[in-house]
Structure formats: structure tokens, C-alpha cells
Write a protein that binds this ligand. Sequence first.
Ligand code: DGN
Length: 261
Amino acid sequence: MSIGVFDSGIGGLTVLKEIRKVLPDEKIYYLGDTARVPYGEKTKELIIRYSKEIVEFLLEKNVSAIVVACNTATALALKELKETFKIPIIGVIEAGARTAINTTKSGKIGVIGTKATIQSGKYKEEIKLFNKKVEVLQKACPLFVPAVEEGILSGKLVNQIITTYLDDFKGKIDTLILGCTHYPLLKDAISKIYPDIKIVDPAKETALDLKEILEQNEFLKNDAKKNEEVKYYVTDGQEKFKEIGIMFLEENIPRVELVKL
Ligand code: DGN
């Protein structure tokens, strides 16, 4: 049994890290579409096409389930992927929305993500499915991704970027969903500035959802090998992926293969 995980690039490694904690013995194929990142500025049609190409690649590896470890691809392509392919495919948004609903006391939730994720309104839609009365404030934070990729995770510059985007939320929300897979690296910096806001990273709950789906489908066997490996694939820039990947995964990435989709 193996699992496919994909992202527009490197951010999905924050989701992979959580999946590895919950399912350390399953073989995982991770694909980062680094040649075509960022998805956050692209059209829905293009994101659906890219996502389908990636799923087809992962299916060739005989994966039993797929995690769309990218908020933008989840927001814009998950529905089409589920309609097109027969295996279980899960995204990160439902888990994020559910966790936020269980976290908020005031019923006021903030969502941040790429422009495409925010414009799609998917988080708001999911949250409203759980509870219509909850108020949702949204904001695209496009400068967070380059800051994270440059390793600027604390200090004056990143604090200024954070307050520029998030001061609008001050006093208006008690829970903030990190609706982009890069943002967990800014969690500490955001928490320091807004200690009263509870921060939700959808990755943890997504990993638990995946485990539940695998159990329901009886995909998890007791005879699985211990500590299975992760195979990494990118569409460009193997070295950069390895270099920055450590920051996201907090472990070394020994080998990355290049693929053409
Ligand atoms: N991984 C993307 C997401 O979670 O929305 C962000 C990266 C990007 O495509 N800009």
C-alpha cells in the first residue's frame, strides 16, 4: 500500500510531515510541481489540468489514496479530481474548516491563503456547511510565500508583512486558519504578534482524516514494513527543493527525482 501526496511545490512538505507522524510505516510518493509553482496566481482551468496530470503520475506508482497537500489545488481542483478518479482523494480545506469550527469560541474565524484560495471562497463555504452563523473574514497574503522561501521567518521585515496583512483582523477574530501550506512556518511569528488568536494548521487534521480513510478502506495492513521511505519527485530544481525542504520537513531529503509531466 502506498500514498500519493502532491503540492504546487515545496509547501506540501508541512502536510507530509504530519502524515509521517500518523502513518510512519506507509510508503509515500511526494510530488512538488516546482516548475509550475506558484498555483496561487493561476486560473482554475490550469490548476485543474496540472492537478490531473499529477494524479495520473501518482496513479502510475500504484498509490491507493492521494492527498492534495495544497490549499490552492484543493480549493480549485479537488471536486474535479474526485469526479475523475476512482481512488480516495482528500484535500486540506475540509479538515481546516472543521478544526477552526471546533476551536472558535467567538464564532469569528479568519482565513488567510493565496489569492486563488481566498477568491474561491472555499474555506468560507466549508465553514458555513458546519455552522451557518459563524462569521468568516478572509485575506490573501501573497508576500508570505516568498518570505518563507527566503527563510525570513522572524524579525522586523516579516513582522511588518504580517501586521500589514493581519492588523485588520485584530479584535475581530479569535481563530485564524493558515490556508496555505507555506504559512505554518510563520506560525510562531504570527502568534507572537497576536497571542490571543488561536492558529489552526489544517495539516494535522488532514493526516488524521487520511488515516481514517485508509482504515475504512482496509488499506492498512499489520504486515506493513516499518518506517517506509518517502520518494520525492519535482518538476524542476532538485537541489533547491532539497535545500529549502529541510526547513519545511525538519529532516534531510536525501534524493529527489526529476519528472516531466
Ligand atoms: N501550496 C500552495 C497552497 O497551499 O496554497 C501555496 C504555494 C503557491 O502555489 N503559491
